[in-house]
Design a protein around this ligand. Sequence first.
Ligand code: SER
Length: 324
Amino acid sequence: MERILVTGGLGQIGSELVVALRQRCGAGNVVTSDIRMPPSERLAEEQLFELVDCTNRDQLQEVVVRHRIDTIFHLAALLSAVAEDKPQVAWEINMGGLYRVLEVARRHGCAVFHPSSIGAFGDSTPALDTPQDTIQRPSTMYGVTKVAGELLCDYYYSRFGVDARGVRFPGLISWVAPPGGGTTDYAVEMFYQALRYQHYTCFLEPDTRLDMMYMPDAVKACIDVMAADPSRLVHRNAFNITAMNFTPEELAAAIRKHVPDFVIEYRVDPVRQAIASSWPDRLDDAAARQEWDWNPEFDLDTMTRDMLDNLQRKLGAPPSQSSS
Ligand code: SER
């Protein structure tokens, strides 16, 4: 992991992963790529930026060769709600992009990180303490692309020796860059609305329990799984990981400790509710803990405090009570 390319580098994960990778590997060794140009305020800090459509193999290959890339963090993908709205486009981007990344990696000897998701599970998966190896029959196009992606990554490892590794991310909570088109986005939206309006209308039912993680832990997971000693890895694609699990009602209560006037209402979106209901309540991440020492730092309370502090600074909102 010396010369790195991050696809989808301007997205929710990429925006923070690139910063951490630059600290670890040197700013001149991390190339950010995306299908769109960075916003003008970020342009200056993105000296190593490439416009790349990952479904275009030649474009991808040209960048990998020119920058002598040895590791690709392939983050470009559509999330669950958008993928359900545009299933054909989701297949094209999620599978077409991954296939071309793996092919370029095979030809040029790159390692590949590919994020899977709690979306790789479905109604027939055990919902509590979901095992590492279990039933994976998702009912969404997003889930289909995640399961197929896990299999394809394992295939490229066993057939061609491509060092492909991944994690099954839960919902990711962050304040630097917004998520786009996911089902777990409600958790991020709730923080913004709590600070702006002390009010949020949630699109999931109050008792919908899902695994979640704060972005600093997610970034740590990406880097740690790629840096792990390969001789310890029994699994590769992809490891269950989680940091906390909660319902909208429980998140609202945690926010209310700092924003006492915060009110939550519910107007349920049947499409996103069906997606969330098909996902596990709580993953068992023992394999990640055993094989590469996964150990998240943030729980619901510490994440909530840190999110509110950072968002207040970002939005210029009045300080919440008892948040210091
Ligand atoms: N956060 C994703 C989504 O909601 C799940 O991996 O689509």
